[in-house]
Design a protein around this ligand. Structure first.
Ligand SMILES: Cc1ncc(COP(=O)(O)O)c(C=O)c1O
Length: 402
């Protein structure tokens, strides 16, 4: 019998929806025009891009003119952060200040580190044990020189949802008091299409999203830029995307992100419920069947499709590989950098002891997962954990001392 293949790594990427593929296909073949061309081929392509812009805007409660297409989440974060810094900062004087959090995606952290090298000051806010930025810390970090606050909406490892509306209200207050150069960006890569995301309710000026996290294609994302916000383009060339992002538009990918947004908007409530049911079922059953496990992050304020669990006395990587051999794809919280295995910066930021940082797994659900998928994990995982624990030097130490 062929091995089952169960994909529980939807926070890393998702299967492209058939409807999305079908919407994209004609734009590779019959409707292949360049959207900048004035003939009919070009105008058809332009029309398709504008339809997609409307679909993305509708999901975010934004206006179509506030949406810029680019290559994905990484580029969108880079454009938002460097674009605001260049347009509003006073680098030469080393006077400009940026606030972010310790648990951002590398696209944000590396963009901030790059600006630090150029003379910007950056505050990295702590997130405490539950994984949240605290509004009093944002308030305390703000100075007259702050030009940008960039705090992610949902964390990619823990799923915790940050208090963006509160930060948005604070930004509004400071702006009304005269700090006109203060801007608010969020990386919403993990929250868009997972929970309602309304740019007006959140009070953000800039928001990043990418299609491949919600059944759209890879290599296409968008940046919401509130009307009236000035930012400097990071790509020099033609006058595409209202001078924000030069380069011939990838019409098929843009059509794909548009369709994925439309489907997400229509099906959001049912997708949220489906993911939460599977996630809660998995967690509840694992807690019954395996000892010495705990949750990372906060169970109440998180996106519905992510569970990050810590398994004492085992290495997450060993668990992940063993599960992979049984056909189950999940991810560890740890990233391997240059051969040295370091627990992830997110798990370290929530103060997880280093050993526990190694023993964490992220399960992330999508619309195509079923209860049978979870049942298979429930049949498989306890035995895998038990086997690895038998080999664990830490467990042996504990039993010897206890
Ligand atoms: C929170 C977050 N931001 C940014 C990105 C990068 O997006 P992309 O893969 O489209 O460059 C990811 C992808 O893993 C992410 O999870």
């Amino acid at each position: 019998m062929a091995q089952r293949k169960i994909y529980l790594d939807n926070s890393a990427s998702t299967r492209v929806d058939n409807e999305v593929v079908n919407a994209m296909l004609p734009f590779f073949t019959e409707e292949f025009g360049n959207a900048s061309s004035t003939h009919q081929f070009g105008q058809q392509a332009k029309q398709a891009i504008e339809t997609a812009r409307g679909q993305v805007a509708a999901l975010l409660n934004a206006s179509p003119t506030e949406i810029t297409f680019l290559s994905g989440g990484t580029e969108s974060d880079n454009l938002a952060i460097k674009g605001i810094a260049e347009a509003h900062g006073e680098k030469a004087l080393g006077k400009s200040h940026i606030i972010t959090s310790q648990i951002e995606h590398p696209a944000v952290l590396a963009s901030c580190a790059h600006l630090e090298q150029q003379g910007f000051k950056v505050t990295y806010l702590p997130v405490y044990r539950e994984g949240f930025v605290r509004i009093e810390d944002v308030r305390a970090a703000l100075t007259d020189e702050t030009i940008l606050i960039t705090v992610m909406h949902a964390n990619n490892e823990l799923g915790t949802i940050q208090p963006l509306s509160e930060i948005g209200a604070l930004v509004k207050e400071r702006r009304e008091a005269g700090q006109r150069h203060l801007h608010f960006h969020t990386d919403a890569v993990q929250s868009v299409a997972k929970i309602p995301v309304d740019v007006k309710e959140l009070g953000v000026d800039l928001l990043t999203l990418t299609a491949h996290k919600f059944h759209g294609p890879k290599g296409i994302g968008a940046l919401f830029v509130r009307k009236g916000v000035r930012l400097t383009s990071q790509m020099h060339g033609g006058h595409h995307e209202r001078d924000r992002r030069a380069g011939t538009e990838s019409v098929p990918l843009i059509v794909g992100i548009g369709k994925a947004c439309e489907l997400a908007r229509i099906h959001l409530a049912e997708r949220m419920q489906h993911a939460a049911e599977l996630r809660d079922y998995l967690e509840a059953e694992l807690f019954k069947r395996i000892t010495d496990i705990s949750r990372n992050g906060d169970p109440a304020r998180r996106i519905p499709n992510v569970a990050n669990l810590n398994f004492e006395f085992v290495e997450g990587e060993g668990l992940q590989i063993s599960l992979d051999l049984k056909g189950v794809a999940v991810s560890t919280g740890s990233a391997c950098s240059s051969g040295s295995h370091e627990p992830s910066h997110v798990l370290m930021a929530i103060g997880l002891p280093r050993d526990n940082g190694y023993g964490s797994l992220r399960f992330s659900f999508g619309k195509d997962n079923t209860r049978e998928d979870v049942n298979y994990v429930l049949e498989t995982l306890p035995a895998v954990v038990e086997k690895l624990r038998k080999l664990s030097p830490r467990l042996k130490q504990k039993s010897a001392s206890g």
